[in-house]
Design a protein around this ligand. Structure first.
Ligand code: TRP
Length: 340
């Protein structure tokens, strides 16, 4: 908890999510849970990255616009509280786009080409030679997101490390041009939860592949997802010994079941033989149903009052807009562009 006697400013945190779909269990263990804790001890801003979402969805903009409020509802449903966290919308902060323009003069095309995350995204999205410029340069825009809040801590998954590296290169370059420290370097805060695998155990979680469990999943969807979950393909008969490693049911039990001793017992039994996948899935199903029921209920409640969600975004964006303008002013100063 915050020590009210100390005058030390709180460490600034900035995180964000592309608004391209509702959030799922991977987001929950990987970052949402931590944000709920961090909001009480840190100065936390969470950015709904609608502009970044558009960088590969400009032909289907509804995929972004229709998900903005879903993402905000997901945040609030898991306990991110707008009294403690600034929740803002990227497209409503013009300083971010302006910073991106200035920073892009400091980043070479070949440097962008070396970004491993963007490289693999370009491949998996099948752009071929038709890579949207905005997509190719989104690491620069992400650097704008982070630096605009002078964030020193960025809780992200390890796939985002190249973005933070790029951000810090820009920070060093700007500071060296300025001859003083106008921007601060950031550090990743990697969650100690390992990345949650998709329910098929094969791919990255994605809505189109139907291998993710959304925070708002219905009971029916949760049951279907658990039922189809990848286990041990060699565990054919109940009496056969089964494998835990790579068995997604156990990975999820480890991530979500509150009773660790019970899970340890199940693992032992499964490995020895005599425990069927139907039984382990039943335990997981019950655990997920119980965990997601209150989240789903709150999410539905929030989504029933869109005005309230918009209000949260409006207030958060107004505060964030003001903050980001300060950094923009400092950056313009370096280039001598505060004439008027
Ligand atoms: N690239 C992040 C993702 O795909 C989303 C994001 C946008 C972000 N801006 C950010 C993350 C700033 C951290 C900081 O999930």
């Amino acid at each position: 908890m915050q020590n009210t006697e100390s005058k030390q400013p709180l460490t600034r945190i900035l995180t964000g999510d592309r608004a391209t779909g509702p959030l799922h269990l991977g987001h929950y263990v990987g970052s949402l849970k931590q944000r709920v804790e961090l909001q009480h001890t840190h100065d936390q801003t969470v950015l709904v990255a609608d502009m970044q979402g558009l960088t590969d969805n400009a032909n289907d903009p509804k995929k972004v616009s229709a998900n903005i409020l879903n993402v905000v509802a997901d945040y609030l449903a898991v306990g991110i509280d707008s009294n403690y966290t600034t929740i803002c919308l990227q497209s409503q902060l013009p300083a971010l786009a302006e910073l991106t323009m200035y920073y892009s003069n400091l980043v070479t095309v070949s440097r962008l080409e070396r970004n491993p995350t963007v490289k693999s995204e370009i491949q998996s999205k099948g752009f071929g030679r038709s890579i949207p410029t905005g997509f190719f340069t989104y690491p620069i825009s992400q650097a704008a997101d982070i630096t605009a809040f002078r964030a020193t801590l960025v809780p992200v998954g390890d796939d985002q490390l190249p973005m933070l590296e790029q951000t810090n290169e820009i920070v060093r370059k700007m500071n060296s041009l300025a001859g003083k420290e106008i921007l601060v370097e950031c550090q990743a805060m990697l969650s100690n939860a390992s990345r949650l695998p998709s329910t098929d155990g094969k791919n990255k979680m994605s809505k189109s592949l139907g291998n993710a469990i959304n925070l708002g999943a219905t009971e029916k969807e949760i049951k279907a997802a658990v039922k189809s979950m990848y286990t041990d393909p060699h565990h054919l008969r109940i009496e056969d010994p089964g494998k835990i490693e790579g068995n997604i049911v156990f990975t999820y039990l480890d991530a979500f079941h509150p009773d660790k001793a019970l899970v340890a017992g199940l693992k032992e039994h499964y490995q020895a033989g005599g425990l069927g996948d139907g039984q382990t899935k039943k335990v997981l199903e019950e655990c997920l149903l119980e965990m997601l029921a209150p989240i789903r209920a709150r999410r539905t409640e929030f989504l029933a009052d869109k005005g309230q969600l918009i209000d949260v975004l409006r207030k958060g964006s107004a505060a964030a807009r003001e903050r980001s303008q300060e950094v923009l002013h400092d950056v313009r100063d370096v280039f001598g562009l505060n004439l008027l």
